[in-house]
Ligand binder design. Structure first.
Ligand code: MG
Length: 368
């Protein structure tokens, strides 16, 4: 089987509510999504998606993703998409780095490989749990009152996991954490996501002031060196996502004990093939996981769910899904959807959901 055509689509995914990251630094209203359709000479068609979380979050953006695919496409055409390691090597040789441009290609290849095998991707990867995964909400950086309102809105949709964005003013962060903990329900999972917003001393001030609450902080500071410098000075659990990009990052975090949880974002780390290795490093070192696409449509949510299904139930805290934050649906209600705050693995072979091509408009590029 050979890849004979790669089509690239650009679509805007508007957010239902404008979204601010830590400290109000980063405001988003629309996500720039790239969808990739890979055609094979066997008639099988696979879909991939890469949707960075805006342009200002980390070094990734829609135009860069599409430029990366343009550079890599001649080196991908002709490969057997079922041989995902061959495709991975071809991409890494054609364009070192630029992991976020590679993830949609990797995803489409896994989709085709699953269809060819007659298996959902998670099963093709070695076996997928059918236990529905709790979805984590994403609660932007807001006032305490607004935070309560947003959490209530997600609770009404069944969500029992929440990623609450903090990382601005220290005193305000402490007050918001105490307020959320005061309304936290039995069994609810709350992650306080700093998105790199604190300096080392700010991190220690908040961690010290909330020690009695036993909460978890995600990405408290800008770099792994910062996070390493805090070790031994606080007792809080730490999750790392924005500085978990490469397998080398994962190895360092595990070896040096820098985090108790990996937040694996598939688009950022380059797709399922690379993410599966991070999963194994995590499991080998007693590190639990959150899994997310980064952003995007139900296709991206489905990709994250497949990886999450390959993680033992006890080690997978939640998946973060973007579908309930968007005002457009490119798959007409198909694919894994929020049911009582959980997503269930699709039964169909491959990814388990494809977009309505009519909803995408014409491709912005076709490589043959
Ligand atoms: Mg995060």
């Amino acid at each position: 089987m050979k890849i004979t055509e790669i089509s690239v689509y650009q679509i805007n995914l508007p957010l239902e509510h404008p979204y601010w990251l830590s400290g109000g630094r980063l405001k988003f209203e629309v996500l720039d999504a790239t969808l990739v359709r890979i055609v094979t000479d066997a008639g099988l068609i696979g879909w991939g998606e890469g949707t960075p979380w805006g342009h200002t979050y980390v070094p990734a953006h829609g135009p860069g993703l599409r430029a990366g695919i343009a550079t890599m496409a001649p080196f991908i055409l002709g490969h057997d998409p079922r041989r995902v390691l061959d495709v991975e090597r071809a991409m890494d040789l054609a364009l070192p780095g630029h992991l976020y441009a590679k993830s949609p290609i990797d995803m489409a290849c896994w989709d085709i490989a699953g269809q060819a095998a007659g298996l959902p991707i998670a099963d093709l990867m070695g076996g997928g749990s059918r236990t529905p995964r709790p979805i984590a909400s994403s609660v932007g950086a807001k006032t305490a009152a607004e935070t309560r309102t947003v959490i209530e809105r997600y609770r009404a949709r069944g969500y029992l996991a929440h990623s609450v964005k903090i990382g601005g003013d220290v005193d305000r962060d402490i007050a918001r954490i105490r307020d959320v903990e005061s309304i936290r329900l039995e069994g609810e999972i709350v992650l306080y996501d700093v998105n790199r917003g604190w300096t080392r001393q700010q991190a220690l001030r908040v961690m010290s002031a909330t020690r009695d609450l036993n909460v978890m902080f995600e990405q408290p500071c800008e770099t792994l060196d910062d996070i390493a410098a805090l070790r031994g000075k606080h007792s809080a659990a730490v999750s790392v996502d924005e500085t978990l990009n490469t397998l080398q990052d994962a190895a360092r975090i595990a070896r040096d004990g820098l985090a108790e949880v990996f937040g694996i974002k598939l688009n950022r780390v380059g797709g399922l093939t690379k993410a599966a290795r991070m999963r194994d490093i995590a499991l080998a070192h007693g590190i639990d996981m959150f899994v997310m696409a980064t952003g995007g449509s139900v296709l991206a949510d489905a990709e994250a769910l497949h990886l999450a299904a390959t993680i033992p139930d006890a080690n997978c805290h939640a998946v973060w899904a973007c579908q309930d934050m968007l005002t457009v649906d490119i798959a007409g209600g198909r694919g894994p959807r929020n049911v009582d705050g959980h997503l269930s693995l699709p039964a169909d072979p491959g990814l388990g959901v494809h977009p309505d091509e009519d909803a995408l408009g014409p491709p912005v590029a076709v490589y043959t």
